[in-house]
Design a protein around this ligand. Sequence first.
Ligand SMILES: Cc1cc2nc3c(=O)[nH]c(=O)nc-3n(C[C@H](O)[C@H](O)[C@H](O)COP(=O)(O)O)c2cc1C
Length: 223
Amino acid sequence: MSCQHLTPDELLATTRSVRKRLDFSKPVDIALVAECIELAMQAPSSSNGQGWQFIVVYDTEKKRRIGEYYKQAYDHYAASPRSPDRQHLDSPDMRVTQERVLNSSAYLAAHIKDVPVLVFPCLPVRLDSPEKAGNVQFQASMYASIIPAAWNFMLAARARGLGSCWTTLHLAYEREIAEILQIPFAEATQIAMIPVAYSLGTKFKPGPRKPLGGVMHLDRWQA
Ligand SMILES: Cc1cc2nc3c(=O)[nH]c(=O)nc-3n(C[C@H](O)[C@H](O)[C@H](O)COP(=O)(O)O)c2cc1C
């Protein structure tokens, strides 16, 4: 294990979405990925179900095919008008950050096939079945039974000098990617695709975030 010497707070504040600083030239040992998954599995899960599945993809041809779908999804996203939940991104104080994110996302979209490892956290249940889709408790329980684990994975990766990025654009082609990875589409849901590589340099700064005042509320909801 090649852990960097980060304090817990530094690890939490500097685990960024790494795209342009992914080192495509340096192989990532599967044993290191396995270590990160062991730590991922220390996350909580609903009723201690531990249903998490992590598909770890090294295969060059599979990465190439997945990369093509990802690029198509990215191009569609980049060309689409702002949906209401994205309009805040046009505000002047977000513009600089957002331009950087778009630029960096475009770079990643062009390079999925070059990333040493792609990790797909999945759950062995369909979350969009008609009887479950509107059940908030079920949805919250299931997502929270994989997302903390996948985030643990990304923290563990960062602690080992690896960079990663939470991505979901490929889910526009979830069925096609399930076919490539032999995921039983009728019985399992993909949650994310996490590209993993050594980071180019290990120093990262905390990301720009909204002021705490608009986020933390005492005793009642405040708009
Ligand atoms: C649910 C979710 C979906 C995301 N999907 C993508 C994606 O498909 N592609 C991508 O490049 N980044 C994606 N991101 C990364 C965000 O763009 C990133 O977290 C955000 O810009 C803040 O940057 P930071 O993580 O470096 O602080 C996603 C993040 C989340 C939480």
